[in-house]
Design a protein around this ligand. Structure first.
Ligand code: HSE
Length: 436
């Protein structure tokens, strides 16, 4: 049998996918049945890393999603529009979708999956989270029987590269970012990565799969890494932590009505934690569930080959199902329940004030007798218990005091900080970070 692919976009991921689709030897035999029918590009005149017959290329993306011969539309354009509209049009024309586009799924997943379920077509998105790392299908299938308690990931390679370099070479964020841009690891406009938007999209998708409900993207709490300073990195090291941008979705037994935490922020991770040694552009996702315990997925979170591996494997999953249906001459069959996303309801996301976690905070204070005592009194009156207090640095004539708390409700911790910031002896609170 032959299954026709319509590819939207021939950038890094699209090119990687075409290379894989054309280089079939030694790979899964189902690849032999895939045909690249159309590839939508912005310009027909550009020099390409892959050679495709001229009649395959088109600038008319609408024609691809409505082409009666196309079975599967692969959307690797990125961005919200025209990706969203083209995906919806393709679904309305009965096409199955494979996408690497986390932004469009995180924001418009509701609309896209509702349309797909009505049209009985698949929307697969393994490449949208963790690049080449299999994590979407494992959540749907291999781990499907588990009660998931937490998903904790390093899901953005750019920020992990920057933080790793800051740790390794004691360098400032802006310096390392400039290097990362020169090396092509960071975009000219790094906002989506360094401000945590990319990680927020990804954890919204993972949380939805892990906890069986849709997530409203604006409810995902998000802090980026711009404010992480060399001083914080140095203190973290002294206290046996590393700072990582973590994306976390967790269901606490103590929360009412199955509320979830869904959050992205720089976090002090104990050096002994499995995520602490995930460095450079690599990604890793730690999943905790019952009865599995802990399982961690590690690998390349971006790059042409890695992402294409996920895209083409999604295509194979769809083709395997289409072929089975065709061989059974089945009519009116429903989609394979372990490949679809059929959530109807939204998860309830808990307010950050209710989060219970440890905190790290750095204070600049006057170097007077009794200042640490005053801090301790404020913390104590808000029920904040301290795990450690360090005073080693001096900045000008100000003392630098670093505290790590025991687990505390975020709302209570914030109230204590508000009170502390009014103390005469306290100059400023340059950093507040959560601790894993
Ligand atoms: N910009 C992303 C990252 C890769 O830095 O990990 C694509 O998801």
């Amino acid at each position: 049998m032959a299954f026709n692919i319509g590819l939207l976009g021939l950038g890094t991921v699209g090119t990687g996918a075409v290379q894989l689709l054309l280089d079939k030897s030694g790979r899964h035999p189902l690849l032999q049945e895939l045909v690249i029918r159309r590839v939508g590009v912005r310009s027909l005149n550009k020099t390409r890393a892959v050679s495709l017959p001229l009649q395959v290329l088109t600038t008319d993306l609408e024609a691809i999603v409505s082409d009666p011969e196309v079975d599967i539309v692969v959307e690797v354009l990125g961005g919200l529009e025209p990706a969203r509209s083209l995906i919806l049009k393709a679904i309305n024309h009965g096409k199955h979708i494979v996408t690497a586009n986390k932004a469009v799924i995180a924001l418009y997943g509701d609309e896209i999956f509702t349309a797909a379920n009505q049209a009985r077509v698949y929307v697969l998105l393994e490449a949208a989270v963790g690049g080449g790392i299999p994590v979407i299908q494992p959540l749907k299938q291999s781990l499907g029987v588990n009660r998931i308690q937490a998903v904790t990931g390093i899901v953005n390679g750019t920020t992990n590269f920057i933080l790793t370099a800051m740790h390794a070479a004691d360098r400032a964020f802006n310096d390392v970012l400039a290097d990362a841009q020169r090396l092509g690891y960071a975009e000219a406009d790094p906002t989506a990565d360094v401000d945590g938007l990319d990680a927020a999209d990804k954890i919204a998708i993972l949380a939805s799969l892990a906890f069986g409900g849709r997530i409203k993207l604006p409810e995902v709490y998000r802090e980026g890494i711009r404010q992480v300073s060399q001083a914080d990195i140095a203190y973290a090291r002294k206290l046996n932590f590393v700072i990582k941008l973590l994306a976390i979705a967790r269901q606490e037994q103590t929360y009412p009505s199955n509320q979830l935490q869904v959050r992205v922020h720089p976090t002090l991770v104990p050096q002994s934690h499995p995520l602490a040694s995930v460095n450079g552009v690599y990604n890793a996702i730690l999943i905790e569930g019952e009865p599995i315990g802990q399982v961690m997925f590690f690998g390349p979170g971006a790059g042409a080959g890695a992402t294409a591996s996920a895209v083409v494997s999604d295509i194979l999953n769809i083709v395997a199902d289409l072929k089975t249906r065709a061989q059974a001459s089945a009519t009116n069959v429903t989609a394979h329940p372990l490949l679809t996303c059929s959530h109807q309801d939204y998860c309830r996301v808990a307010p950050m004030a209710d989060l219970v976690t440890r905190f790290y905070a750095r204070f600049l204070t006057q170097d007077h007798p009794g200042v640490i005592g005053k801090l301790g009194t404020c913390f104590g009156s808000h029920g904040v218990s301290l795990e450690s207090v360090v005073q080693t640095g001096i900045q000008g004539d100000l003392a630098e005091i670093v505290v790590v708390t025991h687990d505390v409700r975020e709302g209570d911790f914030r109230s204590s900080l508000n009170e502390i910031s009014t103390l005469e002896a306290v100059d400023s609170i340059p950093s507040v970070l959560r601790v894993l």
